[in-house]
Each structure stands twice: as structure tokens, then as C-alpha cells.
Design a protein. Sequence first.
Length: 460
Amino acid sequence: MSAPSAGNGALASPGGPGDPGHVATAGLSLSPFRGLRYVPERVGTLAAVTSPPYDVVDPQGRLGLETADPHNVVRLILPRPEPEDNGERPDRDTRYRHAARLLKSWLNEGVLAPDPQPALYVYEQRTPDDGPGGELLQRGLIGALAVSGREGGVVLPHEDVMPRPVADRVGLMRTTRANLEPLLLTYRGKGGASAVIERTVDHEPLLTTTTSDGTRHRLWAVTDPGELAEVSRDLATCRALIADGHHRWEMYLRLQREHRHLSFSPWDRGMVLLVDTARYPLRVRAIHRVLYRLPLERALAALGESPEDGWRVRRIEGPLDGALDALATAKQDGGNAFVLTAGDSVYHLLTGPEEALLDATVPKDKPAEWRRLDATVLHATLLEHTWRIPDGPDDIGYLHAAAAAEHEAARSGGTAVLLHPVDEGVVRRLAEQGVTMPRKSTSFGPKPATGLVLRSLELG
């Protein structure tokens, strides 16, 4: 997807020297750091110790990762210690302390080791794809990005966050004193950083591995002062859009505030992957909902209780791909559209509602484009007004794959609400206006694998 470019309200260069660690007063400031990486001889394979980001790991996938290798990074990002001696379930603090002890023991045992000198890391993913060429190529830079709030206009969020996941990530990072996985941010540069990336990939990588989904990952270290300075000059004129990792960015902000009494603090930076989408556009997908306590028959009945609301429901043929195609066709006509299913291979296309209902239920203090988003209408009109669903994890689940949402609806006896992806141009326009979308509105990818490089705050 496209982040705001320097040409759209260009940010002034800080005018700093060619020092790669120079902190910009405007624009992006990405610093090298001494990455923690797995020692290949101490683990089964590098692929066996990696994980997807924490928030896309489902319970079954988590178990598979834990059993793939005793040192899989999922044991750090989703720690699960043994029950206490008295049989009680471990509380959050215990889980966080367990992750910290595990990280320390892996360092002491030589399973993880710090690189000898600070670096920016060029990261490449080649993902199997149905498009031309049969794969999707993405390259970017992993580094320690200066943390700043929305008011600074340098890093732009596009989604709201939920308090519980933020608190969970804060507790984990505060206790482990480490950035365990990179956030995914996008920007548009003037070519300097991209040129460094393209020169770097001509050299031998630090590591190469292929994960179970068929994605090939490669990583290089950039340590040359001239190359680092070229990256710094380019990024200093840019701002970035958070593509994936809003809760973790809020985590960075909170922990920065906790340590603001320190003059020079490693908490002022957080590990990110920056991708120049002028060269490597990201894919955008929808995030679906499962309403655990709302059976489909009750959902459909509530939609028919007030005909004046203008909801229209039509049963459509499966399989799932056919239902999603019907959803895409409905979206071409404008308006709001959703697919409802109980996970029994029966699908209902929901379209509408009337403008009067939107006027009565959707906040009026946001742009019209925001007010017509499917996620906005789903939460403000359907969940709050029509179905009266409480906004909490016991009632609403968020799943990145439609098939997984379907399965979860069948398992729970609830209703899966399948959404169509938001156009990336809409995301960009709203972010540039300082308007955030409802949480979990988008899923950008490919997402970086977790475990290829970590950042310890103990190393500065």
C-alpha cells in the first residue's frame, strides 16, 4: 500500500551530518542496532524457530509452532509457562517473567547471540502468489525507528487499538526488555534507501530459510557508514504509515512515556520493518469477525424486525470462494455488504442499509468516507444498534482468514461476518487526515516473520 510521500506535504530534512545514528527532527530516523539472532547450530532449522506475528497465531498453529522446535520464538511472544505448583493458572505477570527467563536462558546457552556490531537489516520475502511470475517479492529495512506520537505527523496510524492487547504487549516488552518482532510500516522514499537495498542483495546473505507456507526469507546486515548515511538522508524526508502493528506501536509509545525521565533511552526506539511501497506494493486483505454468542438465526431475525432500516438479505451459493466473489460483486455497486454464515456452508449476502439508519447510528464527526466503511457500519450500526453485541473478546473474535472465521463460527455456534478488503487508497486518504479506521479493519502483507532478528534493549 502507499504511504504518504514527501511530495504530499514534504518533510524537511533535519540537515544532520552523515552520522547513521543522527536523530532526525523531522521525518523518519532509523538506527542500526545489534540484532539478536538464532545460532543455526543450536536449533533444528531456522524455519522451525520462526513464527507469524503474535496476533495471527491461532491456538492450533501455536501448538504446532511450540512442537516444531523447543526454541521456537512463539514461546517468547505468546509465553505459556507450566501451571503453578498449587495447580493454579499462571497470571500475566508470571507469563511475562517466564518469557524473560526463557530469553535470558537462550542467550546464556548460546541459542541466541548478538551480532558483533550495529546494523540495519535488509529483509527479503518471496511469497508464492497467483499473480504474474508466481511469487510476490518484498524487500525492506529492519531497524530501530524513533518513536513519536500521532501529533508529530511522522508515523501515521490508520486503525484504532483495543486496550487489552496493548496492555498485554506492554507487560511483555517491559519484562523482557526486548523488541521481539518487527512492526510493518510503509513509506515512499526518493530512492536512496532502495538503492542501498538493491546493492546489498547482490551479496551473500546472513541467513536463508523457507517457512512452511513456502515463503523464502533472506536477511543481510548493512554496516558500512556511507550506506547507512544514504539511508538516513532518504528516510529523513519521509513519513510512514503503520501497515501492521498498531497495538505494538502504542506499546512503544507507552513505554517511551514510562522512561521519559531518561536522557538517552533505548525505549525511544522500536524495531520495525520499513517497506518502500513505490517499489514493493503491499497486499491488503480484510479481517473478519466471529460473533460468538449470536447464532445466525437470531442475527437474521433481528435484521427483519425493522423493515424501514433497509437491510436486504439474500441466500447465495457456496462454496466459500463463490460467496466471497458474490461479496466482491456487491461491493462494486457501492454501499455496504457483508456475508453471514454459521460455518455450515450456507451463506447469506447482507446489503444496505437506508441512509436514515446510518445517520442515526454512525458518528457524524468524521469524513463521509469513514462513515461508509464496512467496518464502521458493522460496529456502529449492526453490532451496537441492531444486534446489541458487547464490544469485548468474549463476544467478538477477529480472524484474518475467511475459512478460519467460518470454522470458528461452526465451533462456537455463533455467526461469522465476512468482509471485503478496504481499498488501499481509502486507508491512505484517511490517515493523511489524521482519521483512524475502526480497529482490525485491514490486514496488510506479506507480514514479516518473527524470530529472524530480535532487538534487546540491554544492548542499547
